[in-house]
Design a protein around this ligand. Structure first.
Ligand code: SAM
Length: 255
């Protein structure tokens, strides 16, 4: 995952700087989000000018940059991979915390909304990350998720480090962390051709520049495994709108 999320992140920022700013957001949305999915998430989360949006597992920051531009939010990015953090800061100039989602360095109830886009399947302790998001969200605040979910039995090998929850497991995890699931959308539409073309152009430039680097081969193998699982119908994308319930116990308030 270091190859996929750290090395490639830095190379992506280099390629965008060469091609121009119009390539930045499509290339920096690395969790399968696109304008249709992001619009759904922004609308259900009630994002607007001045909303503080914590983006957990922000990667190179494409979704947050898009939300800042389209909805006027004030994003704070949180991402554990240092090169991805640097790439996000370079491309978008947004504030970035280099940290694990299971230990968010923010005060309780300090953010209006949170996003977690294409992240949960890459996280071993999903309950810990959701618990931390619950702690830092204000009561009644919205969490928007894009989750790659397992459908039925999985026979093909997953990308290394990925563990896909079923839809039922996801709902259970959210409930246990103190969220109410307010809505969901399965199979959001794909990106428009112009968006896809820009992302592909950046990928091609990265591939041309780093073709002999083993990290690129590793990242490509991860992507291939994803594609095979999607094509076989063994995984799918679900968007979820969850709302933070008040703390379940006084112990939660004290953290
Ligand atoms: C598929 S990428 C998605 C990035 C970004 N959300 C997007 O949509 O472009 C998954 C991201 O989750 C991050 N991640 C993995 N484990 C994490 C954790 N424990 N806490 C926070 N982020 C994590 C990875 O470093 C990676 O940047």
């Amino acid at each position: 995952m270091v190859a996929e999320f750290d090395d490639v992140a830095e190379w992506t920022a280099d390629a965008v700087e060469q091609l121009g700013p119009a390539y930045a957001v499509p290339a920096a949305c690395r969790g399968s989000a696109n304008p249709a999915a992001l619009t759904w998430l922004a609308e259900v989360c009630g994002l607007g000018p001045g909303t503080t949006l914590l983006d957990v597992g922000a990667g190179v920051g494409g979704p947050s940059a898009w939300a800042a531009e389209r909805f006027g939010v004030r994003p704070v990015l949180l991402e554990p991979m240092p090169a991805a953090c640097r790439a996000a800061a370079r491309l978008f100039g947004l504030p970035v915390l280099t940290a694990d989602g299971a230990r968010i360095p923010l005060r309780a109830e300090s953010v209006d909304a949170a996003w977690c886009i294409g992240v949960l399947d890459t996280v071993r302790d999903k309950a810990a990350v959701l618990g931390e998001i619950h702690r830092v969200l204000r009561p009644g605040g919205s969490l928007g998720l894009l989750v790659v979910v397992a459908q039925g039995r999985q026979l093909l090998p997953p990308p290394e480090g990925n563990r896909f929850p079923t839809r039922r497991e996801l709902t259970r995890l959210l409930t246990a962390a103190g969220f109410r699931t307010a809505g969901h959308l399965d199979r959001p539409g794909g990106p428009p051709p112009s968006w896809r073309r820009r992302a592909e152009r950046v990928e091609a430039l990265v591939a041309a520049r780093h073709q002999s680097d083993p990290a690129l081969a590793l990242a490509a193998r991860q992507a291939e495994r994803f594609t095979r699982l999607f094509t076989a119908g063994q995984i799918a994308i679900r968007l979820v709108h969850a709302v933070r319930r008040p703390c379940a116990s006084p112990r939660d308030d004290a953290r």
